[in-house]
Ligand binder design. Structure first.
Ligand SMILES: Cc1ncc(C[n+]2csc(CCOP(=O)(O)OP(=O)(O)O)c2C)c(N)n1
Ligand SMILES: [Mg+2]
Length: 323
């Protein structure tokens, strides 16, 4: 039933949106604890990037539910992880910020800003050493571009010539701090342009992100060198569930909501005959059902047993990291 790219875009963006709206409700009910960072408003960037990228490794920061779902991880296993249940993708021991599944070459989920970037460069270097040019996608926020490990990572990636796409999600804010207050310039692709090809793209338009990432992927796979994309996007929800969200001007929010990535996709796809209203209704119902089933599965799953406490904490030989 879901075949074309436009259909995949819509299904995955809607799935991501409904998954997160429901996760928010479940958090308020006390079924999810710890941190919860929602990417509502950023689905065009997350889905376009995963579908435009190849089969290599994905490293993301903590705002990663939609990336995981777009990569093919099932909603019920992701929801169970948020609920802290043993059936979750990280056995209920990681939670929202630590989704992980080597079957999908999906390596999280990292709570420390920018910390996954050196890991991602290392994974790209490993792929290069093995002669495997399907590279790495590393996604991070605008705030991360002010951290030292960001510069270390883009520098090493360029020096070592490794196949990696750096995807900067510029949603303009790092918690409550606007990018203009902490960065000397706000066109963030400029930070990488002397190291590698670097472009800026409309992150609210899934087609634009998909095209940019597909082009970048072709480049890293054929040239074996890094590529940088800045996607200009926006989050409609607070930074996390514990953020008051008072720092954003209402007019700014209103303008950005008028550019909702799901609505942009719908309008464009219907106009170009890529989607129909009846198909959209069918998918909306399917997604609702999938989310209901995911929550039921998470609720009914057991918590990790005590014996799990020290498992997966330390591994001497990480045989399962790069396949
Ligand atoms: C090294 C480090 N410093 C500070 C924090 C606290 N912190 C968590 S998220 C965040 C903001 C990051 O913003 P950005 O990179 O733009 O990502 P976004 O949340 O907007 O997706 C900060 C400062 C942290 N987790 N790690
Ligand atoms: Mg940000």
């Amino acid at each position: 039933m879901i075949k074309s790219y436009a259909e995949q875009f819509y299904y995955l963006m809607k799935l991501g949106r409904e998954f997160e709206l429901r996760a928010k409700q479940e958090y308020m009910k006390g079924n999810i604890s710890g941190f919860l960072h929602l990417a509502i408003g950023e689905e065009g960037t997350h889905v376009g990037a995963v579908l435009g990228f190849g089969k290599g490794d994905i490293f993301v920061h903590y705002r990663e539910h939609v990336y995981a779902l777009a990569r093919g991880m099932e909603a019920k296993y992701v929801m169970a992880e948020l609920f802290g249940k043993i059936t979750g993708v990280s056995k209920g021991k990681g939670g929202s910020m630590h989704l992980y599944d080597p079957k999908y070459n999906f390596y999280g989920g990292n709570a420390i800003v920018g910390a996954h970037l050196p890991h991602a460069v290392g994974a790209a270097y490993a792929r290069k050493l093995k002669g495997d040019m399907s590279g790495v996608l590393a996604a991070f926020g605008d705030g991360a571009t002010n951290a030292g490990n960001f510069y270390e990572s883009i520098n090493l990636a360029a020096v070592w010539k490794v196949p990696i796409i750096f995807l900067c999600e510029n949603n303009q804010y790092a918690i409550g701090t606007h990018i203009s207050k902490v960065s000397a310039f706000t066109d963030l692709y400029m930070k990488a342009k002397d190291y590698m090809p670097a472009v800026q793209v409309d992150g609210m338009d899934v087609f634009a992100v998909f095209d940019a990432v597909r082009k970048a992927n072709e480049y890293i796979e054929t040239e074996g060198k890094p590529y940088f994309i800045e996607a200009k996007t926006y989050r409609y929800e607070p930074h996390s569930m514990s953020d008051t969200n008072v720092y954003r001007p209402p007019l700014e929010m209103e303008i950005m909501k008028s550019r909702d990535p799901i609505e942009i996709l719908k309008k464009k796809a219907i106009k170009e005959g890529l989607l129909t209203e009846s198909w959209i209704k069918f998918v909306d119902d399917k997604v609702k059902q999938e989310i209901e089933e995911a929550v039921k599965f998470a609720e009914e799953s057991p918590e990790p047993p005590l014996e799990e406490l020290y498992n997966d904490v330390f591994c001497e030989v990480c045989t399962n990291v790069i396949s």
